[in-house]
Ligand binder design. Structure first.
Ligand SMILES: Cc1cc2nc3c(=O)[nH]c(=O)nc-3n(C[C@H](O)[C@H](O)[C@H](O)COP(=O)(O)OP(=O)(O)OC[C@H]3O[C@@H](n4cnc5c(N)ncnc54)[C@H](O)[C@@H]3O)c2cc1C
Length: 199
């Protein structure tokens, strides 16, 4: 397999399908790409050596997976912060939501999880910069952080009650956008397969 870069603007035989409607990440124009009898310029071979495509795609995977984990922790932090604000503002049964011990304890658990995720991701980023990040580390980061992202955001949404289920409150967007994180970039089950190869 080789990778050849092509300029698709006005390219004969190239067309895109209509935008696929997704439940989240609606800002992304996800669609099918069709290449029918497209002539490719051989001089645009990536790297200049034939047969390197698979290696080139594989070598970028740790970077991509750490990137997904970094996006995951960012989303968790933002969702957590807006949830704390909401619980300080929302009054139920005569007291602020945050003044109930069950709320505070849940928020304490979430804060701890978010902090652990941040420390782990920062370590992965440092190792990516040092050139010591490998597939195992990146797969651990991708699966663990995105699993936690969905758990944390689900718990955050619960604090918003019915408001959290409406589009008026951004927490619902965080919830919908998070779900695909466990699927793309390699499903989290595949990440565990990859990690287990290092045992
Ligand atoms: C919004 C979006 C953007 C995407 N962007 C890109 C992109 O930019 N580039 C790209 O290449 N791809 C992209 N994808 C594709 C994505 O990487 C795949 O959807 C994903 O890898 C899962 O593959 P699949 O959909 O074929 O699921 P399948 O392979 O059919 O798997 C379905 C489910 O089965 C389970 N499963 C599969 N294999 C195993 C196993 N060995 N052990 C245990 N359980 C297993 C998992 O739970 C998995 O989720 C994107 C997908 C989406 C939804």
């Amino acid at each position: 397999m080789s990778i050849i870069l092509i300029e698709t603007d006005g390219l004969e035989g190239f067309k895109t399908g209509s935008i696929i409607k997704k439940i989240g990440q609606k800002g992304q124009d996800t669609c099918e790409l069709f290449f029918d009898d497209v002539t490719v310029p051989a001089e645009n071979l990536l790297g200049g050596v034939e047969g390197q495509g698979f290696i080139q795609l594989m070598s970028d995977l740790p970077y991509e997976r750490i990137l997904l984990a970094a996006a995951g922790v960012g989303a968790m932090e933002a969702a957590f912060d807006m949830t704390v604000e909401y619980t300080k503002d929302r009054k139920v049964f005569g007291q602020q939501l945050i003044d109930m011990q069950t709320s505070r304890h849940k928020l304490a658990e979430l804060k701890t999880t978010v902090h652990i995720a941040r420390v782990f991701v920062d370590n992965c980023i440092q190792r990516q910069l040092d050139g010591t990040a490998d597939t195992t580390l990146a797969s651990m980061a991708k699966y663990w952080v995105t699993d936690k992202q969905c758990e944390v955001i689900d718990a955050c949404l619960q604090f918003f009650g019915g408001n959290g289920y409406t589009e008026e409150y951004p927490i619902s967007q965080f919830y919908l956008d998070a779900r695909v994180q466990r699927i793309y970039g390699g499903a989290n089950e595949i990440m565990k397969e990859v990690i287990s190869r290092s045992l």
